[in-house]
Design a protein around this ligand. Structure first.
Ligand SMILES: Cc1cc2nc3c(=O)[nH]c(=O)nc-3n(C[C@H](O)[C@H](O)[C@H](O)COP(=O)(O)OP(=O)(O)OC[C@H]3O[C@@H](n4cnc5c(N)ncnc54)[C@H](O)[C@@H]3O)c2cc1C
Length: 771
C-alpha cells in the first residue's frame, strides 16, 4: 500500500512544566537534527503540563524550519472558530509551519467545556465533523460572505472569515474507532494513531475504512497522509519490537511503510540521545530502504483535497506540474491564494501562481507555461505593475517575490547583486550601512524586477540618473528556457534591450548594479496654495530646471474640492547633508507660490524609501494611467494641464523631474531612449475613456512616454515609448530572442495586429493568447 507521500519524521515531546526550558530545547534539538516535525500532547486539565497552544507559539518563535503540531489538540476545550483564528495566526507568524492535529479529547467535562457534559462517542464524531467545517470555513478568506453554521454542537452566526493561514494547514485526526475513521476519509488530511494502542491488523483495517470513505466522498485516498506515533529503545541486542539496534528499527519500520502506507513516523521520546540516534541512524537508512523497496513511488507534490481541486481552472494541466515546482504551487483553492491572486493595483484570478525560489524553478515554470500557450502568462516581481499585467484571469503567474536576496559582490567597486523579487525599500535598507544608495523610485514597495527592466525614475534621478543607468549585468531566462548573463561584454544587444524593454525579452532573475556613495540627504515636503495652477506649474518647472543637479523634485496635484483652492504637494530630495546647501537648493522652490506647510529633514535615503507596507495586495479592477515626457513646462502646457486638473477627470496628477544625469546618457545607449525630457508627467483617472479623451489632446506637448506609467493599449503608444530606431532594433531582437512572443504582457514590441471587427479595434497588447 502506498499513498505517494515522501517519508517524514517527527518528535513527540512531553510538555512537562517543571522544567519548561528543557521541553523547548528538545524542540530546538529536533530542528537541528533534521526532523520535519515536532509535536506535543495536549492535556490542559493536567496541572503538570504546559498549555500546548502556548508552547507551540513559543517553539515556533525559537525555531526556523521545523513544522509544529499538537499531537493531538483536545477539541472540546478549544472552540473551533477561535482555534481556526489561533491556528491561522500561528501559521502566519511561523511562516506556514503549523499542522493541526485534532482529537475528540477527554476529560473536558472536568473543566466545564461542552457544558461540562461528557459526549458519547457518536456525539464526539459529530462534534469533530462540525468543527472541521467551521475551522475550514473561517480559513476560507476568499469566500466573500460571513460564516454561518447551525450545528448540533456549534452555532456560528455570521462570523467574519479570515485570516487565511500562510499555507493550507493540514488537519490530522487522532482516532481509532470506525466512525471516526470514516470521518477522516471524508474530511481530514491525515490519520494519526499511536502504535502502542494498535492491535495487529488495525492499520490495514483503518486504512481500508478511511480509503472507502474517501472514495465514497469523491476524494482520492492519497489526499490523506498516514502518520504514526512510535516509541522504542536503542539496545545492542534485540529485545522486543523497536527495542534493539538501529538496523532492527529500520527492519521493523519498513513494512509499516511498504505494507501499511505510513508516511510519517513520530518518535515519542524525551531523551535527547534517542532522538539523535533515531535521526542519524534510523531515518536516513529507512528512507534508503523505502526507496529500494518502492523506487520512485513518492511524489513531492501533495495530493490536494477534492474541494481544492474543484476550484481549478480550465485548460491548466495541474497534474503535469513537475515535481521540481511542487513547493511553489498556489492554486485557486489553496489557503494562500487570496494573498497572491491580485497585485497592488489590479484584481486578478489566475489559475496557477508559481512562487519560484531559484533560477532552475524559473526555467521549469516557464517550460510549464510554454506548454500552456493558450493561456495568459504574467511575470511578477513586486506586484506594482501599472503597464505590465502581473496578474490575469485563468492563466499562469510566475511570481519571483521569494527571489529577493541582496548581496554585496565587490566592496571597492560598490557592486551589488539584487534578486528580482526584492523591493526598493529593502534594497535601500541593505545599502544604507555601507553609505550607499541606488536611485530607484519614490515608493518602497515597488519591486526590482518591473522597475529595473523599464527605467527607474527616482528621488535622485537628476544627480544619479535612472536605475537602469547603474545596471552592469543581469541573469535572465530567455523564452526558450536558456539561462544567460547579459552585460556590456556578454550578450550586449540583450543587455541594451533589457534596459528599457526588458519585459519583452525574458525573466530577469537577478540584477547587478554599481551603486553610488550617498550620505544623508535633505528631504523636503512642501504644501502650496496652487490656485493659479498654470502659473504654479510653470514656476515650479523653471525652478527645478534652474536648480543644480543635486536637487530632484516631484509634484502632486488633484482636482480642487468644490469651493476650495487647489493645493500642490511638492517633494524634493537634495543629495547633500549640509543644511546650508539644502536650504539654498530648496528656497527657490519654496518661493514658487504661497507656502502652507513645510517639513525639511536631513535623513538617510533609506528612511525616505521606508514608506510602504510589504504585505499581500488586494488591488481591484484595472488602473487607467497615462504618461508623457516633456522637455519644459511651457506656458501652453501649463495652461492645458490646468484645464485637465480642474476637469475632474484626473484624480492624481504628478510631474517628476528627470533630466540632469538621465539626459547625459546617449539616446541610443539603452532601449529607454527618450532622454531629452526634463519632466515625466503622469495622470491617474477613474475612467479610461474619459482619461484617454483628454490626454490625447495633450499628445502634441510630449516627446514620448515612460512605459511604466502608461496603460493605454493602442499601438501608437509603442511608438511613443521608443524612438523609431530603438523600436526597429527592439523588433529585430524580439524576433531573435522571443520569436513566438512568449513575453507579451507589457508594452509588447512585436508587431501588433488589430483584432476584432468593431469600429474601434482592440489590440493584443496584454496577456491575451497568442494567435
Ligand atoms: C505606487 C507606485 C509607485 C511607483 N513609483 C515609481 C517611481 O517612482 N519610479 C518609477 O520608475 N516607477 C514607479 N512605479 C512604476 C513601477 O516602476 C512599475 O509599475 C514596475 O513595473 C513595478 O515593478 P514590480 O516588480 O513591482 O511590478 P510587477 O507588477 O511585479 O511587474 C510588472 C511588469 O514588469 C515586468 N516584470 C516584472 N518582473 C520582471 C522580471 N523579473 N523580468 C522581466 N520582466 C519583469 C512584467 O512585464 C510585469 O508584468 C510606481 C508604481 C506604483 C504602483
Amino acid at each position: 500500500m502506498n499513498y505517494g507521500h515522501p517519508i517524514e519524521f517527527g518528535t513527540f515531546i512531553t510538555p512537562l512544566n517543571d522544567d519548561p526550558g528543557a521541553v523547548v530545547e528538545l524542540a530546538v534539538l529536533s530542528e537541528s537534527l533534521g526532523y520535519d516535525l515536532v509535536t506535543f500532547q495536549d492535556h490542559p486539565y493536567q496541572p503538570r503540563f504546559l498549555d500546548t497552544w502556548t508552547l507551540l507559539s513559543w517553539v515556533a518563535g525559537r525555531t526556523e524550519r521545523i513544522r509544529i503540531a499538537a499531537n493531538v489538540l483536545n477539541l472540546p476545550l478549544r472552540p473551533p472558530a477561535v482555534l481556526a483564528r489561533s491556528a491561522a495566526s500561528l501559521d502566519l507568524l511561523s511562516g506556514g509551519r503549523l499542522e493541526l492535529g485534532l482529537g475528540a479529547g477527554a476529560f473536558w467535562d472536568a473543566i466545564g467545556a461542552m457544558g461540562g457534559r461528557t459526549l458519547d462517542p457518536g456525539e464526539a464524531v459529530d462534534a469533530l465533523d462540525e468543527a472541521i467545517d467551521v475551522i475550514r470555513g473561517i480559513w476560507d478568506a476568499s469566500e466573500r460572505g460571513a460564516l454561518w453554521h447551525e450545528g448540533e454542537h456549534y452555532q456560528i452566526t455570521g462570523a467574519q472569515r479570515g485570516p487565511a493561514p500562510a499555507h493550507d494547514i493540514p488537519i490530522w485526526v487522532g482516532a481509532l474507532k470506525p466512525r471516526m475513521l470514516r470521518l477522516i476519509g471524508q474530511k481530514a488530511d491525515g490519520w494519526l494513531p499511536s502504535l502502542g494502542y494498535l492491535k495487529p491488523g488495525d492499520l490495514q483495517r483503518g486504512n481500508r475504512i478511511i480509503d472507502e470513505a474517501a472514495v465514497e466522498a469523491g476524494r482520492d485516498p492519497r489526499e490523506i497522509r498516514r502518520l504514526l506515533n512510535i516509541s522504542g529503545r536503542f539496545e545492542t541486542e534485540r529485545d522486543g519490537f523497536l527495542i534493539g539496534p538501529s538496523e532492527q528499527w529500520v527492519e521493523e519500520l519498513l513494512p509499516l511503510v511498504v505494507e501499511d502506507g505510513v508516511g510519517t513516523f513520530i518518535l515519542a521520546s524525551d531523551d535527547a540521545a534517542t532522538m539523535e540516534r533515531f535521526a542519524r541512524e534510523v531515518a536516513p537508512a529507512l528512507r534508503e530502504a523505502v526507496e529500494r523497496a518502492l523506487p520512485g513511488a513518492f511524489s513531492a507534490a501533495p495530493v490536494r483535497r477534492a474541494a481544492v481541486r474543484a476550484k481549478r481552472r480550465e485548460g491548466i494541466d495541474y497534474e503535469a506540474i513537475p515535481a521540481s515546482l511542487a513547493d511553489t504551487v498556489v492554486e485557486p483553492g489553496d489557503a494562500g491564494f487570496a494573498g497572491v491572486r491580485s497585485t497592488y493595483l489590479r484584481g486578478g484570478s489566475p489559475g496557477l501562481v508559481l512562487m519560484v525560489k531559484n533560477t532552475e524553478q524559473v526555467v521549469d515554470a516557464l517550460a510549464f507555461a510554454r506548454e500552456h500557450r493558450h493561456l495568459p502568462l504574467s511575470i511578477r516581481s513586486g506586484g506594482h505593475g501599472i503597464s505590465g499585467r502581473s496578474t490575469n484571469d485563468g492563466g499562469i503567474v510566475i511570481n519571483l517575490s521569494r527571489m529577493n536576496a541582496i548581496e554585496v559582490l565587490d566592496l571597492a567597486n560598490r557592486r551589488v547583486r539584487v534578486g528580482a523579487g526584492a523591493r526598493w525599500m529593502e534594497v535601500a535598507a541593505a545599502l544604507e550601512p555601507y553609505g550607499w544608495a541606488l536611485s530607484s523610485g519614490d515608493y518602497g514597495g515597488v519591486g526590482v524586477g518591473g522597475l529595473a527592466t523599464a527605467g527607474g525614475v527616482g528621488w535622485m534621478s537628476r544627480k544619479h540618473g535612472l536605475t537602469i543607468d547603474h545596471l552592469r549585468a543581469v541573469e535572465m531566462v530567455l523564452a526558450d528556457g536558456t539561462v544567460v548573463r547579459a552585460s556590456d561584454e556578454e550578450n550586449a544587444d540583450l543587455f541594451w534591450a533589457v534596459r528599457g524593454a526588458g519585459a519583452n525579452f525574458g525573466i530577469v532573475t537577478s540584477f547587478e548594479f554599481e551603486v553610488d556613495e550617498v550620505g544623508d540627504v535633505g528631504w523636503a515636503q512642501l504644501v502650496f496654495d496652487a490656485s493659479d495652477v498654470a502659473g504654479f506649474l510653470e514656476g515650479w518647472g523653471a525652478a527645478v530646471e534652474a536648480a543644480p543637479r543635486d536637487l530632484t523634485s516631484f509634484l502632486i496635484m488633484g482636482p480642487p474640492r468644490r469651493g476650495q483652492r487647489v493645493f500642490a504637494q511638492v517633494m524634493a530630495v537634495v543629495d547633500s547633508d549640509d543644511p546650508e546647501t539644502i536650504v539654498e537648493r530648496l528656497q527657490p522652490l519654496a518661493d514658487v507660490g504661497p507656502l502652507y506647510n513645510q517639513r525639511v529633514v536631513i535623513t538617510p535615503y533609506a528612511s525616505i524609501m521606508a514608506n510602504a507596507a510589504l504585505g499581500d495586495y488586494d488591488g481591484q479592477g484595472e488602473p487607467a494611467v497615462r504618461s508623457g515626457l516633456i522637455e519644459h513646462i511651457t506656458p501652453e502646457f501649463a495652461a492645458a494641464a490646468e484645464l485637465l486638473i480642474r476637469s475632474g477627470v484626473v484624480y492624481f496628477f504628478q510631474i517628476r523631474s528627470v533630466g540632469g544625469a538621465v539626459s547625459d546618457v546617449e539616446a541610443d545607449a539603452t532601449a529607454y531612449g527618450n532622454r531629452s525630457a526634463n519632466f515625466s508627467v503622469i495622470a491617474f483617472g477613474a475612467s479610461r475613456q474619459r482619461l484617454d479623451a483628454v490626454w490625447d489632446e495633450l499628445h502634441h506637448h510630449f516627446d514620448g512616454l515612460y512605459l511604466s506609467f502608461e496603460t493605454d493599449p493602442r499601438p501608437e503608444r509603442i511608438a511613443d515609448a521608443f524612438p523609431p530606431k530603438t523600436l526597429e532594433r527592439l523588433r529585430e531582437l524580439k524576433e531573435r530572442y522571443d520569436p513566438t512572443n512568449v513575453f507579451r504582457d507589457n508594452f509588447n514590441v512585436a508587431q501588433l495586429v488589430p483584432v476584432g471587427r468593431s469600429a474601434e479595434p482592440a489590440y493584443e497588447l496584454t496577456t491575451g493568447s497568442i494567435a
